[in-house]
Structures are given as C-alpha cells and as structure tokens.
Design a protein. Sequence first.
Length: 264
Amino acid sequence: MQLSVNGFASYAYTGGKPLDATLQAIVFIHGAELDHSCWGLQSRWFAHHGFAVMAVDLPGHGRSAGAPLASIESMAAWIMAVLDAAGIQRAALVGHSMGSLAALDAAASFPERVTRLALLGNATPMPVSKALLDAARDEPARAESMICAWSHSPRGHIGGNTVPGMWMYVASRRLGARAGRSALFNDLSACNNYAGGLESAAKVRCPALLLCGSRDQMTSPKSAQNLSKALPDARLRILDGAGHSIMAEQPDAVLDALRLFLLS
C-alpha cells in the first residue's frame, strides 16, 4: 500500500489484505536499517484474522521515499502521520528495537491514539557503542557484520531457522544491504541520542507488552525489566534462547505472544 506522508511516498505492507480502516488497527515498526519484511508472519496472521494491518517502511527504508528520520521523536510523529494518511484514528503499535523506541514515544506523546503497545527487543535508554557508531559511519558493511554477530543467538549463527534452507545471519546481511548507505548510522545515532525513554514510559496510558530474548546481547532482558517498572500497565515475557533478532529466530513464539496480548 502506498501512502503520501509529509509529501513523500510511503509504503505499508497490509498483510495480503486490502486495508479496512474500520477494523481494529495494528502498526508494525521495524528496527534500524530494516523494513516491513521482518514482520512477515505476524503481519499476515493479523491481517487474515480481522485486523487492519500496516507494517511500515520508515522514510529512507525499504520502499518509502525521503531521507531517514534523524530522531526517535520524529519517527513517532511520522507514525501518527501514517495513521492520518490511512484514515485511522487509533491503533496498537508493535515495534522492534529502534521501532520499539518510536512506538514508546508515540504512545507517550499521543496517548489518545494508541490502544496497546508491544515493545520487542527494547532497551530504554538504548546506548550504542562508539565502535559500532564509528563503523556505521565509515564502514557500513563492517558495522552490519558486527550487528549480525551480536543480534543472533548462538543457534541463529549456525542455522535454526524454522524455514528449511534459510540462514538467518546472511538474510539479515542482505536485508541491511538494501538500505541506503547513511541509514544505519542515522538509525543507530537516533537510538543512542534518545534520552527520554523512561520519562515517556510514565506517560503511557495503554497496556504494554515487553518481549525479549534471553540471549539478547544488544538489548538485555535486564533493561526490559527496568522499563516494565516504569510503565503503568506492563507485562514482561522472555523467550528462552532467542537473541535480538527475535522475530527471525522464534517467529511462532513471537506471534503467540502478540496474539495473547492483542486479543485479550
């Protein structure tokens, strides 16, 4: 689905179903340098079970035009602009990593428009090491290799995909390579610079789910525990053995957790 958002063509995958703005809506928001395709299983299931689904490509990512947005706050405002363009007043937000920060800020800044909040692979704050930032600026390919090494659990490095023949590590490399050269440094900088996450959490008025992997080396379960205490109505679930690339490593478990949360 193509939308015009802030004067630019913006893409949202609707799960194989035409978008019906009268249905209960869910917006899926990807992480740094990624795009809508990381939500394939989850977005399709909800679209085929009575929801209006939009798995968005943030500006400068995937099929969306424009420059990558430089701050988490601007991403949150853009999400609301997507809802306006689609004619949707209220929606549940599901975000991964950088996308979880954008979802958190949107729920805090526009509480009347967010019905539920699911944060996957979240750390608040989300500091990024200088070594990774420098590599993302100067040697994007090396930075992508670093991220793939850290974002997958040991099982993810040697296989373990639920789809036979698919190698998660290389698939992540190829997905990252599709973004523009500046996207990764932009996105990591936005995560690193977002300082108001815990204050935003206190302003959230809807139920929240925090979902993380026990083997996540990029956003630790300990950070999710701290955030759960700051949110007024939060539940925390840890998927045993999963790394940061939680939707790739345990897609069915992620879907089950989202179904339980969003359908309750």
